[in-house]
Write a protein that binds this ligand. Sequence first.
Ligand SMILES: CN1c2c(nc(N)[nH]c2=O)NC[C@@H]1CNc1ccc(C(=O)N[C@@H](CCC(=O)N[C@@H](CCC(=O)N[C@@H](CCC(=O)O)C(=O)O)C(=O)O)C(=O)O)cc1
Ligand SMILES: N[C@@H](CCS)C(=O)O
Ligand SMILES: [Zn+2]
Length: 759
Amino acid sequence: MVTTHNLGFPRMGMRRELKFALEAYWRAETDSAALLDCAQALRQRHWAWQDTLDWAPVGDFSLYDHMLDMSFTLGHLPQRAQGFGGDELEHYFRLARGQGRAACCGGAIAAAEMTKWFDTNYHYLVPEFDTQTRFELDDRRLRQQWGEALAQGVRGKPVLIGPVTYLWLGKMRGGGDRLQLLPALLEVYAELLKRLHAWGATWVQIDEPILVQDLDPDWQHAFNLAYHQLKNAPVQILLASYFGGLGDNRYLAANLPVAGLHIDAVRGRDEVSALLNLLPSTKVLSLGVIDGRNVWKTDLYAALGWLEPLAQRLQERLWIAPSCSLLHVPLDLDAEPNLDPSLRGWLSFARQKLQELHLLARALNHGRQSVADQLQLHQHGLIERAQSTRVHRSEVQAALRASNALPAHRPSPYAERARQQQAVLQLPQWPTTTIGSFPQTGAIRQARQRFKSGQIDAAAYEQAMRDEIALCVREQEALGLDVLVHGEAERNDMVEYFGEQLEGFAFTTQGWVQSYGSRCVKPPILYGDVQRRLPMTVHWSRYAQSLTHKPMKGMLTGPVTMLNWSFVRDDQPRELSCRQLALALRAEVLDLEQAGIAVIQIDEPALREGLPLKKADQAAYLDWAVACFGLSANGVRDTTQIHTHMCYAEFNDIIEHIARLDADVITIETARSALDLLEAFERYDYPNAIGPGVYDIHSPNQPEVERMVALLRSAAQRIAPERLWVNPDCGLKTRQWPEVRPALQRMVQAAQQLRQSSR
Ligand SMILES: CN1c2c(nc(N)[nH]c2=O)NC[C@@H]1CNc1ccc(C(=O)N[C@@H](CCC(=O)N[C@@H](CCC(=O)N[C@@H](CCC(=O)O)C(=O)O)C(=O)O)C(=O)O)cc1
Ligand SMILES: N[C@@H](CCS)C(=O)O
Ligand SMILES: [Zn+2]
């Protein structure tokens, strides 16, 4: 008999209940009891939806982030977050967001750094270590959730981030080797496993996703050390790897002294037979056969064809599961009544994926004939997808072929372009700008919702957005910013907005996926060849430019980010889909230029996120990603200034490729990770202009002028001041105007101070 299990489940709820409960709590409109009740009700419902599983995850639910939860469980917080006392929830949110709820006691601190969770669009809060770091078990969160699961009769499997991954993902402040902390950390894990056993847990899932990355001998040794030390734990450990195959860590992972190993059998399918030969005959092998990173239906016939001999061979030792936590896919396809019916038949969201898993298990355990009708029904959509005429467009194929003849570079090198652009733009030293979005107020969202539900017509919506743009331009002029933006009021999201206007994309109404904290996105679904129907942004930018004499930045999302933040086709290489996107965006860039927009920003915040986790695969990705950016950007004249923007990832290791994008200006997040990144720019001798984000827009705290001046001064020691810009570290859509105005005022003041002192 095969066993089924799940690694993690979406947390937000069918109607994003958690988001609304969190935000109401932060605004101090509700109390902690209301928030905790909502969280508990969600857990209960989500376990009920997983009741066909042999083992359901417990402890994967989080109020903000599972890494932050782990930091609290391990009793280890940075110095600045300690000693506040008082309310536990306030304490938790203070570290996540920089402050607790509105008007509450306890004061503000610098929020923990936030960065991408492997190659996903989920962001985690980075643990901070120093040589003084101590750990002390705090089991309250897990005890609570385990108790609830027990009361509900859930067959639960506690889920923990593993000790080696936890250290790897953290940052050591002030130098030192974080592996030195491993022995102390392991003591806490050992104690935690004892407690889980005492509460009745038999299997514990320990997530070590770094096993799919390249590990040097020290880190490989850390795995041996850790799991040999934990091998006497009274529970059975299921060591979970995901987001790729084990590669060179296969032998290591197979031989760690744990009871079971979970692998991503979607991305790592090719290595399963080799792994089987390495795996000791006592160990459980859990195969993640359902894709937890995309939304396409699983080909169950193909999966069964592959699994049946494995089930014969492994018998009770075979477990099956989604490849990773289902956190990264939308919750329920049944919440999408308006989705095109044929497309619907191609898709599977979190709840459907668990149904697929259940069907697979029944077919394996009782024979295919026991579920023959369900299997046939399931496969119907797959056949339809394979035969659909909606997927391929001959004109797109022709345009792609023709694009091979386009020049790969701008007409002139950067220095010459910069001279020509300055002659047109006449910008002061330390030019100030913002990243694009301004507050997405309740009024803006309500207007859009009223438009979508037919309560207002297109003309009324258009006027409402124009009014917002006009307001945004007035505000920026009053602030004295140099290069303005229209504010992106008309965009529900920087990817979804474009997806909605391109052929080849479908979109959902409830397909929310958590991005960080309470923030969610609805990734569009790229199912067919991509084509631009009409200009997508030109009329908004032209209107915004008509309101000011200052340069108005056109604002686009780049092809690589469009690709990485969408659910994309699995029937052709990602590179090809990206080139199609790049061609559509190139047409938009040229139309913006034609409309008199002299500065165009092509955002690529997800360039780094798409980087394959294994070094051997990275060069090929970077080559086509850089080429696709170039395809979208390089058709413009020298006088048109191309900006790009990146945020919330480690960029140090790809600076050379960022330079190859040859954007005239890059605005980049640096506020939370201090000057590490600028040092990398200096080391690489980055040639073009840079706007290091001078303050963290994710925190409600006001930036200090002196701090921004100091950051820019120290940037100027590394990069020639005439190539430096002054800007926040990301868009302002999540903030409110009363926060944005004073923050930007201070930022402009910082630029003025620098101009004065350099006179
Ligand atoms: C820059 N970032 C982005 C990432 N990925 C993206 N796809 N997009 C990004 O911008 N990844 C990295 C970072 C992550 N950062 C963010 C920042 C902010 C959000 C965010 O604010 N998300 C919103 C949802 C945005 C959206 O789609 N809005 C729609 C629908 C709004 C809505 O909820 N409407 C209500 C009714 C109206 C009301 O009363 O308010 C409803 O339908 O019920 C829109 O504007 O039309 C969020 O709320 O979480 C995400 C990632
Ligand atoms: N232009 C976008 C970039 C976010 S990464 C914004 O300002 O929201
Ligand atoms: Zn950003």
